[in-house]
Design a protein around this ligand. Structure first.
Ligand code: BES
Ligand code: ZN
Length: 964
């Protein structure tokens, strides 16, 4: 049994001062930490220590008590919290753990009379107080006595601290609940957790938080639902020489003595009314840089060597302009006096929008000219824009419950492009939403196992169900349909509605239809003509899954729509309130001239202007602002192909990317012949633009996945080599034999495409280039490889090399001074063709000293992406399932990515059986936030099997013919 840590009088004194007399009777409290950890999910770790706490342990039997429900009752609502936390950055030798201790009070108002208090609490151990219970209850602003506590315990399944009272809490009366507790500062990336890194040969610890969606309750007891907004007074205790950060500005610091050693106490300014999931507490010895924009203090924090190397500068330079942009876009001043952003060595997601203290993984915030590619730079600009967008949309105005998460994340994922465009106006970054979001999510939303954007509030209860919502549908479909909405309303009307919405609900909560109502008012004020109300139009996109393929027959002018399914034989069991019909805005052009946009409001219609003759062609869904695919009659497809090959610039660049992506996917759905899809790549021999090439490569990736173990592989390689050679030569010349960086952002991207495809298809000059560069680095110790090209060069050199190259890259990975460089090497290490190296690498993914926990699942997915690594990774995941599940099962993106990633190549009956077996074998353990991904993978595998059967021969013949 663990020995106790004692909170001595001074912390009691701090609490007394902070709680303004409310805790006046507090005597020295002791908090005891038990080394024994929870043995199973239904059992809490009893705190121990003689006279201190002895909470009741419950094993939840299924019953219908309020504490067995995942949602809080509506009887109480919090108004104010006062929280003091003291994370220890040194290991406690007795327990072998890192811990934190804390005390908190929460003032709440009674909405309905009750004799029960439920407050969220997870993995916290409570001090038994002098009343013999885990908490103490007093009244606020009243002489009346609070009811005494009858029974207090921890309900671990539903994550509550439960207090049964001897009397009723009175309606409209305010009460205060006091607790003292201890938690583990584990390396589990959730709640109050620790991150570790080495600096000058010394191990350093950071205490930091990730609350969203349901881990605030892991750092202090709280009403942990987004609508339970309150104001917070936060105090952190920390060692001298470290800095403490939270949502508010540091208000005062002082020295106090705790347990006989002197620590610093930092008190923060009170927060505005906010949700618990947006809180953040950090203690570190990081450095920072700062500036001021208007009245707002902006700071970038990171490990000192990173700050000293100037790696925070790009983020600092761009934050001000992006913040200003959103202030004017929302017509609302930034709601806080400061904006801190911090790069953490261990961080599960990419970034988190804690109000006033945004946390990032290092690769998403730190930039270094020498190491960072243009893609890395773009990610920094867009992710900053995304998180800053949340400061209003999400933080100032918050959706009432997680079922509406898609609006929060979808909105930020749309406007991140607007913010990034403001920061880098020359990049044309707004176009990229089509590749990154629209096309990306089409792939999952075309499955019968997809789901609507909107979920019912009652269907989203358990933490894993909430985590599962952080998926491509919420993010990318959300962003896509909001972009479509903004386009058909016009940007002016869209922002007008958005601004009144934010104003009306500041510091409050909403449901998604509140936004529609404000947009409708803007539409009415403006006199915008629409075929139906905003709500009715948007309902067709939000309440039913999937999207339509719009078919235009230019021989008749007939326009019709149909639910697009990647596998037309798959069975859609989910009923739709709109029968899988959508209200579709169609922007289009005829032979290069823009025409008046139309709406398709029913299954089919006739648009006489689309009835063409002669050489005229119709192109619909201009710039792919609409969330749908388009198909044409054969004649129109022919004329479009002709135009691509005669003068492709007549077709806007985004639509060239669209024609390729639509054609390939229509072919997969057996709507058009696969050879027609392949034909859309022929003209690429003349195109130098990034988007069409990327679109083709994304689709050809599927061909690689399906065919790189078959006889189609050779002819396919020959054809693609032929297509890419001119592009490779073009960039060789443009960059003066690879010595200069192309000017344009998109050109830089397409140079990477040129090299990666040229090397992949075996263009010797490319492979020599990659190997020479890498060898030079190995021989001289000087890395001369241009930063944009590093990922692809590393991968090719390691694939061509053996153990020597791999070991070299591994040690470069371990010694990298910037995470962005380490990440490129981490991906490239998965490119080896040696099974024994790949197996060794797989083992490393479960050793956090080699591969950080935040990177484990993505590394496994990288290995599975390699044709040699695929089966190794699949075997590995199956063998390690319970462990992997226990570590990552609750996480948000990583887990579904893992399942989709390792099964991506599945295309045989045998693999399908294995997958089904895997599902059956683990039905007890479950698949956590990856549950849906398992079904999606099964559906994809079935579609792949059929596709190969039907297409292998004609694809082989086509490549054979065209490769010549
Ligand atoms: N709120 C999320 C972070 C998050 C994700 C928290 C999942 C909890 C679970 C944040 O705003 C976000 O969306 N981050 C993205 C980056 C963005 C540019 C898409 C991320 O982390 O990848
Ligand atoms: Zn977000």
């Amino acid at each position: 049994m663990g020995k106790g840590f004692y909170i001595s009088k001074p912390l009691g004194v701090v609490a007394i001062i902070l709680c303004a007399g409310a805790l006046a009777t507090i005597i020295a409290l002791s908090v005891v930490y038990s080394q024994e950890k929870a043995k199973n999910k239904n059992e809490i770790s009893p705190t121990d220590g003689g006279a201190t706490s002895k909470p009741t342990v419950t094993t939840a039997a299924p019953s219908n008590e309020p504490w067995d429900k995942y949602r809080l009752p509506k009887s109480l609502t919090p108004e104010y919290y006062n929280v003091i936390l003291w994370p220890r950055l040194t290991l406690n030798m007795t327990t072998g753990l890192y811990i934190f201790t804390g005390e908190s009070t929460v003032d709440f108002v009674v909405i309905e009379e009750t004799d029960l208090i439920l407050i969220h609490s997870n993995k916290l151990n409570y001090t038994q107080l002098d009343n013999g219970h885990l908490a103490k209850l007093t009244t606020v602003n009243s002489r009346a006595e609070a009811p005494t506590i009858k029974k207090s315990w921890l309900q671990t399944t539903t994550q509550y601290l439960v207090l049964e009272l001897n009397g009723k809490l009175k309606k409209d009366q305010k009460y205060q609940l006091y607790t003292s507790f201890t938690g583990e500062l584990a390396d589990d990336l959730g709640g109050f957790y620790r991150s570790e890194y080495m600096e000058d040969g010394e191990k350093k610890i950071v205490a930091t938080t990730q609350m969203q969606p349901t881990d605030a309750r892991k750092s202090f007891p709280c009403f942990d639902e987004p609508a339970m907004k309150a104001v917070f007074d936060i105090t952190l205790l920390h060692d001298h020489g470290t800095i403490a950060l939270s949502n508010g500005k540091q208000k005062e610091t002082s020295n106090i003595t705790m347990n006989g050693h002197s620590v610093q106490k930092t008190v923060f300014e009170q927060t505005p009314k906010m949700s618990t999931y947006l809180l953040a507490f950090i203690v570190s010895d990081f450095g920072y840089i700062n500036n001021t924009i208007g009245d707002v203090m902006i700071r970038i924090f990171a490990r000192k060597p990173a700050i000293d190397a100037g790696q925070g500068q790009y983020a600092l330079n761009k934050t001000g302009p992006i913040l200003k942009f959103f202030e004017s876009y929302y017509n609302s001043t930034y709601p806080l006096p400061k904006s801190d952003q911090i790069a953490l060595p261990d961080f599960n997601a990419g970034a988190m929008e804690n109000w006033g203290l945004i946390t990032y993984r290092e690769t998403a915030l730190l930039y270094d000219e020498e190491f960072s590619s243009n893609a890395n730079k773009e990610r920094i600009a867009t992710i900053i824009a995304h998180e800053l967008a949340h400061m209003w949309f999400g933080n100032l105005v918050t959706l009432r419950w997680w079922n509406d998460l898609w609006l929060n994340e979808g909105f930020a994922s749309y406007v991140e492009y607007l913010g990034a465009h403001e920061a880098e106006p020359d990049w044309n970054v707004k176009d990229l939403i089509v590749l990154n979001d629209v096309h990306r999510v089409f792939a999952v939303d075309a499955l019968a196992s997809s789901h609507p954007l909107s979920s019912k509030e009652e269907d989203i209860q358990r933490p894993e169900q909430i985590s599962e919502l952080f998926d491509a549908i919420s993010y990318s479909k959300g962003a896509s349909v909001l972009r479509m909405l903004s386009d058909f309303l016009t940007e002016d009307v869209f922002t007008m509605g958005l601004r009144t919405y934010l104003k009306a609900f500041s510091f409050g909560n909403t449901v998604y239809t509140d936004l529609w109502e404000h947009l409708q008012t803007a539409v009415n004020t403006n006199g915008t003509e629409l075929p139906d109300s905003v709500k009715n139009i948007m309902n067709t996109w939000v309440l039913q899954m999937g999207f339509p393929v719009v078919t235009i027959d230019t021989t008749t002018g007939a326009v019709s729509q149909k639910h697009f399914l990647l596998d037309p034989e798959s069975e859609v069991t989910a009923p739709s309130p709109y029968n899988y019909e959508w209200i579709v805005p169609i922007k289009w052009m005829k032979t290069g001239q823009k025409e008046t946009p139309i709406w398709l409001t029913k299954k089919s219609d006739t648009i006489s202007a689309m009835n063409t003759s002669g050489l005229d062609w119709v192109l619909a869904n201009l710039d792919v602002v609409g969330y749908y695919r388009v198909n044409y009659d054969e004649g129109n497809w022919e004329r479009l192909l002709q135009t691509l090959s005669n003068n492709h610039t007549l077709i806007p660049v985004i639509n060239r990317a669209q024609l390729v992506d639509d054609a390939f996917n229509l072919a997969r759905a057996k709507i058009i012949p696969t050879v027609l899809a392949l034909s859309t790549t022929k003209y690429l021999i003349n195109d130098r633009d990034y988007m069409p090439w990327k679109s083709a490569l994304n689709n050809l990736d599927f061909f690689y996945l399906m065919f790189d173990r078959t006889e189609v592989y050779g002819p396919m390689q020959d054809y693609l080599k032929k297509q890419v050679t001119p592009l490779f030569k073009y960039y060789k010349e443009l960059t003066h034999n690879w010595t200069k960086v192309p000017n344009g952002h998109m050109d830089q991207y397409n140079q990477v495409n040129a090299i990666s495809l040229a090397c992949r298809t075996g263009l010797e000059e490319c492979q020599t280039l990659a190997q020479t560069w890498f060898k030079e680095w190995m021989d001289t110790g000087k890395n001369q490889i241009p930063s944009n090209l590093r990922s692809t060069v590393y991968c090719n050199a390691i694939a061509a090399g053996g153990a020597k190259e791999w070991e070299f890259a591994l040690s470069a990975f371990q010694n990298a001074t910037i995470a962005i460089e380490a990440d490129k090497l981490r991906a490239a290490l998965a490119c080896s063709k040696q099974p024994w190296l790949l197996n060794r690498y797989l083992e490393y993914t479960l050793n956090p000293d080699i591969i950080r926990k935040q990177d484990a699942t993505s590394t496994i997915v990288y290995i599975a992406g390699n044709v040699i690594g695929q089966s190794l990774a699949w075997d590995f995941v199956r063998a390690q399932w319970s462990y992997i599940f226990s570590q990552y099962g609750g996480g948000s993106f990583s887990f579904s990515n893992l399942i989709n990633g390792v099964t991506e190549r599945f295309s045989t009956e045998f693999e399908l059986q294995q997958l089904k077996q895997f599902k059956a074998d683990n039905s007890e353990v479950g698949f956590g936030s990856g549950t849906l991904a398992v079904d999606q993978s099964i559906e994809r595998t079935i579609a792949n099997i059929k596709w190969i059967e039907e297409n292998k021969n004609n694809v082989l013949a086509w490549f054979d013919k065209e490769a010549k």
